[in-house]
Design a protein. Sequence first.
Length: 510
Amino acid sequence: MLQYTVYADLNCPFCYALHEQLNQFGLLPQVDWRLVEHAPDIAIYNKTAENQAELASDVFVVRSRVPNINVALPQKRSDSHFASLCVIQAAEHDLAKSIKLRHLLYRALWVEGLDIADVPVIYDCLIAAGLPAEVTIEEAQENTLSQWQNSWEAGNFNLRMPVISSSDGRTSIGLPSPDDLQSFFKGEEISIQEVRGEIHPRALQQTIAIYCDHDLDNIWPLIASLRNDYNILLPSNLAELKRLLHEDHPALLLLSTEQQWDSMFSLCRDITSNQDELSVPVAFINQEVDDRLELDAYKAGASDFMALSRSEAVLQSRIQLLMQMKQSQDKLARSARIDGLTQVNNRREFERSLETEWRRAQRSKRSLVLLMLDADHFKAFNDKYGHLAGDGCLRTVAQTIKKTVQRAEDTVYRYGGEEFAVLLPESNLEGADILAEKIRKNIEALQIAHTAASTAPVVTVSIGIASYKPSEELCPNELIERADQALYQAKARGRNQVVKAEKTTALASK
């Protein structure tokens, strides 16, 4: 049987999510789980605005990638050193109980929001795991932790992510999808999953962004009351906030200040005066009721002014009301983004999304892939079967594409007529080729009769693929042009096939 080694930190939500998935799949017994410290000096800077923003972002990504895993935003990352030593010490006496202890420590931090550097928290986990409460850490445990740390660092993974290596030489970096994870443990190769908070996939829960110019401790009770029901993002500076508003589209922005009220009111005016582009409600948080500040907030365009002196239930109800209003607005806006016939995104939404994903890819230095699809001989289909049958065919084709595209961040659009587009952020030509071929086969397998076609007696599609690593010198239209050229080649070569745009040294992803 293949053996697997995992290098993971107790202090990492991606590692926690991987541990939970392996536990759900019954795969933990096959794993040598080696604890490491992604950032040994975390205790020094764990409460800086930048670190808290990264922590919130990481939790957001985990919840979006694996929505079946229960994870909540803790107030801070813990120092995991002593807790890791306790797990190592427990494994020397009882491996099964040490696994349970590791599971309890992960959940204490990432579900209950406790600090696993606190001795009482570790004590409770030891007792719950059936282990003695008294722990004596010796040089042997320190040496084991140091050896694991050195092995992880020697691997040059250079990521604060879990790493799985198998005895046959395969490696998985990051948080694979559940399907990929199970495939990996069946001996298959999977694509490397490098996920950080830089690129946010679409989340199932609504997102609240909270921006404040002071220590989060003062408003943490409110955050703690919201973190289970909503995704929380904590931008650390104005530049990050503005990027988030344009690209990650939170459902609500909460602003908190202790001294800089004029600056916050000015920020609120800028956001609310640009609702056509941003469309996010803004609410202020203050420690006490203050009629003058509240009136100024409303004049600046705020939707609400909340005093932390009010009861938790009242604050939650007011936030819930704001979120419900946002959902109603989004439903109206959605009707302008969705193609009425096929119920996938329309051309206007494609152009907006392409601009957004292009900027993200520029920042992350990762590839952006575009699939252009065209139903073969569709004019002949309409001429033979009629336009009503043609409309039904396009609906079926669109929904088949949508069902085949499974990653949450991949999006399907009706580009025009019988032509569709699929935008694949953070993908590559090889992965896109596999997906495109699957789409082609699934549409052919529908067996929609098309006796007027010269390609096949059923409806088929031709697909062109292009990939860029965007730079300042390029524009999104060049990606469209190259995908369209590949689509033209697919048609010229006989249709019902996939063609990748030829790579160029400067532009195409490798």
